[in-house]
Design a protein around this ligand. Structure first.
Ligand code: AGP
Length: 488
């Protein structure tokens, strides 16, 4: 067996008494949130490469983290490892080794002092958590899939539900329960769930489910979706469904939360902490987690094999495609300011897979910009909503290509025939939609039908953010709302 070849790396300590720096080159790229290493002289401990903080008599505690923000409440002294560094902690000593030598690579690792406030560090250079979280989505969506999807062999393995698959597959129906954005993620995947599992799927708002107290049976599988895992209404429903003997599955972001503890099994969405009250990255990760659950439940069905492959291929491209939408932030900002800022009300129209996007987009806009926004199923326009349409009412329409496109185009015609000038979210390079009567177009990359909502929601998240800023609001802390709703 080949042995791992290691080299020692030196650790530098700032001597606070002295003033002039000797070396400031090896500061990591994350150093913009750190005190520059220019306030002291470094005491370089050659050859030993161990971090024994010299002035400390008390035992040393080490915290290992991928993000300094997670340890800043315990220590402000941080040392950033570089690629291929191996940290070895033994008996209160830290040794850093190199797995491989690379030319030009610094062999010193400065111990640096975090200077900024916890909140600022966590915002990572963005003005608000919400924007940071919107921009994290290429990473957070990837993290939801990491270690679970084998993109090469096109398979999904969810460790958290694997042992319960037999019972889940025996279920006569699926019930999904959630609130707010989490409810919308359930709506977004409902038809895919029905398609792949061939079982009836109900989606309920937790508060409405409690009001109705509907019949739940032992052979039901009930899926609880919650970012916080602490939402009181969802928790009450969980108690109710457990008492009825149903199998309960949690789809939760906060590890160790009540819903993740009290469900029989489940999937953590691994989106990372979501601080902004408006849920953004949790939505896209919940959506993916639910898609993965549907894939895992149905992976024994031969007739769905081709669809599985197509979906898994589509999932592999989602982070890059979200990145492409994020690059249009200036365009989306301009559209928001020109056509939506200062308005009292707007409609967000979609159908099929995009009905959930319309509801979630409307929620994003209203909760942080305080502008009334209503998500409309395009097929419902003629059943009442068309009465609102004129040349003044702002309308955002989802019209990306899928099997519902002819129906969506007919809805667009109904709108433009009433002098409406919608902002249209369409597929890149679309040449079918009549653009002449649109106020503006936002072109987004195409993915397969059931995943398109992951891409389409991003412009709406950004519109909500920009409208909130233009109105002088704090998008992270909208009035009258809390991040975790722990009261019924
Ligand atoms: C949406 O932006 C809100 N944060 C809210 O609707 C939220 O999704 C709802 O309160 C449910 O919270 P949960 O996902 O933590 O259960």
């Amino acid at each position: 067996m080949q042995k791992l070849k290691v080299d020692f790396v030196d650790v530098e300590f700032i001597n606070e008494q002295e003033s002039k720096p000797q070396n400031s080159e090896s500061v990591s790229s994350s150093s913009k949130f750190l005190a520059p290493p220019s306030k002291g002289k470094f005491d370089i401990r050659k050859s030993e490469s161990r971090a024994i903080l010299p002035d400390y008599n008390k035992p040393i505690e080490f915290f290992i983290s991928s993000d300094a923000s997670s340890v800043v409440e315990h220590t402000k002294k941080v040392l950033f490892l570089e690629d291929d560094d191996i940290a070895h902690i033994d008996a209160g000593e830290l040794h850093i080794h190199r797995a491989r030598k690379s030319a030009g690579m610094s062999t010193t690792r400065p111990v640096q002092t975090l200077e900024m406030q916890l909140a600022e560090i966590m915002r990572g250079g963005y003005d608000h958590f919400m924007m940071k979280e919107i921009f994290e989505q290429p990473d957070s969506t990837y993290n939801t899939m990491r270690g679970r999807i084998d993109f090469k062999n096109k398979t999904v393995t969810l460790g958290g539900i694997k042992d319960y698959l037999t019972s889940i597959r025996r279920s006569r129906r699926f019930q999904m329960i959630a609130c707010g954005t989490s409810y919308h993620s359930c709506l977004a995947v409902r038809s895919l769930f029905e398609e792949l599992t061939e079982a009836p799927v109900s989606v309920d708002l937790a508060s409405d489910f409690l009001d109705r107290s509907p019949p739940i049976f032992r052979d039901d599988t009930v899926i609880f979706v919650s970012q916080s895992g602490e939402t009181a209404d969802s928790m009450q429903c969980l108690k109710y469904c457990r008492a009825a003997g149903a199998l309960t599955v949690g789809v939760v972001n906060s590890v160790g939360s009540s819903i993740s503890r009290d469900t029989d099994c489940g999937v953590h969405i691994n989106a990372g902490p979501e601080i902004g009250v408006a849920s953004t990255k949790a939505y896209t990760s919940q959506y993916i987690a639910l898609v993965m659950i549907a894939l895992q439940i149905s992976n024994h069905v031969i007739t769905t094999a081709a669809r599985h492959k197509e979906i898994i291929q589509g999932l592999s491209e989602i982070p890059k495609k979200i990145e492409k939408v994020l690059k249009q932030s200036e365009h989306i900002k301009e559209i928001s300011q020109k056509y939506l800022h200062g308005r009292d009300s707007m409609l967000i129209v979609g159908r099929g897979y995009q009905f959930a996007s319309a509801l979630e987009g409307a929620l994003k806009i209203k909760e942080i910009s305080y502008i009334h926004a209503e998500g409309i199923q395009a097929g419902e326009l003629k059943h009442g909503v068309l009465a609102l349409v004129d040349d003044k009412l702002p309308i955002v329409a989802f019209a990306t290509q899928d099997s519902f496109s002819p129906k969506v185009n007919s809805a667009l015609q109904q709108i433009t025939a009433r002098e409406g000038h919608p902002i249209i979210i369409c597929t890149e390079g679309d040449n079918i939609i009549d653009r002449s009567k649109a106020s503006a177009m936002i072109e987004v990359p195409q993915t397969i039908d059931c995943l398109q909502g992951l891409i389409n929601i991003v412009p709406l998240q950004m519109m909500g953010y920009y409208l909130s800023i233009s109105a002088g609001n704090n998008p992270d802390r909208p009035r009258n709302l809390a991040k975790s709703v722990t009261v019924e």
